[in-house]
Every structure is written in C-alpha cells, then in structure tokens.
Write a protein that binds this ligand. Structure first.
Ligand SMILES: [Fe+2]
Ligand SMILES: [Fe+2]
Length: 288
C-alpha cells in the first residue's frame, strides 16, 4: 500500500525562510475607537480571543515530538515555527487586552476556553488517545489558518475591510507568517506517523472544535454589544459570506485536506507572502 508521500503528485516546495519578527504594536490608537463594522470587529475579535491559547497548544503539540525529528531543516523550521507562534500569541493578547478588553469583559470567555478546551479536553484526549492526535489537530488547524491567510492576502479582502494601518499590518503580518510556516506541523506529523486515518481524525476534531470555540467567543462579544445596528450587522455578515471571507473557505479547505497525498505547499503562495512581508517590514523599521 502506498504511503502519503508516495501518493503525492506535486513536488513539495517549502518557504525558504521562517523569520521570527517581533513587532512592537500597542494598538493604543484603536482603544475606544468605533469600528467601521461591528460584525467585522466581533468576528476578528472572536478569532483573536481564540488565537493565543490555541497557539500555545500548537507549540506544545509540535514541541512534544521535536526530539523525534531527524531532518535538520525541519528541526530548524520547528524552532522558527515556535518563535512565530509565540509572537502571534503575544501580540493577539496585547490587542485583546487593550482593544477588546476596553469594550468587553473578555476574561469570562478566556477562563472558560482554557479550563474546558485545554485543561480538560486536551488533557483527557491526550491521556486516552495519545499525543499524536494533538499534533494532527494542529496540522489541520494550520491548514485552516494558511487557507484564511492566503484568502485574506490574495483577494484584497483585508485592505478592503481595514482602514487602520496598524490593524492591517497586524493581520497581514499574522497571515504572512501562517503561510511561511504552513508545512511545519504537517511535516512533523508525517515524520512521526505517516498515517492517513490519523491525519483525517485530526481534521475531524479540528473542524468541529474550531468553529465551536470561535462561535462561543463571538457570542460572548455579541451579548455585550451596546447600541448595535442590527441591519448593518446582518448586512455585513451577508457580504462577508458572499465576498469570499473566511467562512466561505471553510468547507473547501476541509475537502482539500482530505485528499490523499495532500501537502500544504501544494499552494505556492510564498512569493505573495514575501511581497506583503517586505512592505510590513519597511513600516516596522520606521517605527523601531
Ligand atoms: Fe499563528
Ligand atoms: Fe500557525
């Protein structure tokens, strides 16, 4: 029987480098500012609330197998993956506390999220099913973040929806790095256990849990909203669905991942990510 590597029809091309950038954004100019779209703010806010603890889970699940990797290049990629995800968590936490925390009680959700999804579900699932499942869930989650990142950068969606330059840089920076390191968790999983059922199991868990926690985070924000313009809110929600936003790419991403022999680098969007990164880095240099 063919293994996953033998089933691949396209050669794998990885990102040439995974630089760990350390932006110093404080988001102070966004504190108390009314967003252009309440729906957009809450959708992005919900994801931003989910990211830091989720990214710490990604780091844990990959780190667990770091000593079993024999490929030197992949060992270095793992270090850089950890560095990038740690920065993402740090910056999203800064944004969450400064901007979301100014408007909403975010602590109740964060407390529930950590104690339920990680202290309980992760611990029990790892005890019963083993640590490979967590790695497989991470590989699947990284496919979603890379898919959303490619959508956001290539469709002009982010520029169209975000007028504040720092917020745009913040989102594009995260998107760029999700593309740069999109192969890492996947390749670690392949090195540790090149089993198609394990990869599919990770996707099934992830495709259930990720929308669930984002929905709970979204509802935790919406129930606190004051003076919400319901018509504008639904209009923005509908146009988000129509314009190829993250929701519309969710199911195609699952279908693509299920294809035997799939590899994240089947999408060669590295040049696009590099071009966006150069523009952000120039602005980061000016600030530093
Ligand atoms: Fe990330
Ligand atoms: Fe990532």
């Amino acid at each position: 029987m063919l293994n996953e590597k033998q089933m691949r029809t396209t050669p794998t091309k990885r990102s040439e480098q995974i630089p760990v950038r350390k932006p110093q954004w404080t988001f102070s100019e966004l504190v108390g500012q009314k967003p252009r779209s309440d729906f957009g703010r809450m959708m992005f806010g919900a994801m931003s609330l989910v990211f830091p603890e989720g990214e710490r889970f990604f780091i844990r699940s990959v780190k667990h197998f770091a000593s079993q990797i024999h490929d030197e290049g992949l060992t270095q990629d793992v270090k850089n993956f950890i560095g990038q995800e740690a920065q993402h968590g740090k910056l999203h936490e800064t944004f969450n506390k400064a901007v979301l925390g100014h408007e909403y009680d975010i602590e109740s959700f964060l407390k529930w999220y950590k104690s339920t999804m990680f202290d309980f579900v992760e611990t029990q699932a790892t005890k019963i099913l083993g640590p490979k499942l967590a790695l497989s869930i991470t590989a699947a989650a990284e496919h979603f973040t890379a898919t959303w990142a490619a959508h956001g950068l290539s469709s002009g969606y982010l520029e169209e929806h975000i007028t504040n330059q720092t917020l745009l840089d913040f989102m594009q920076w995260h998107a760029v790095e999700e593309i740069e390191h999109k192969h890492v968790a996947f390749d670690v999983l392949q090195e540790v256990d090149d089993s198609y059922p394990l990869r599919v199991a990770g996707m099934l868990f992830c495709a259930t849990l990720l929308p669930f926690v984002i929905t709970v985070a979204f509802l935790s924000l919406i129930r606190q909203a004051k003076n919400l313009d319901i018509f504008a809110f639904f209009r923005d929600a509908m146009s988000e669905g129509k314009n190829g936003g993250i929701m519309s790419s969710f199911l195609p991403a699952i279908v693509e991942y299920m294809k035997p022999g799939f590899h994240p680098s089947d999408h060669d969007d590295y040049a696009m990510a590099r071009a966006v990164a150069e523009r952000i880095e120039q602005r980061m240099e000016k600030v530093a």
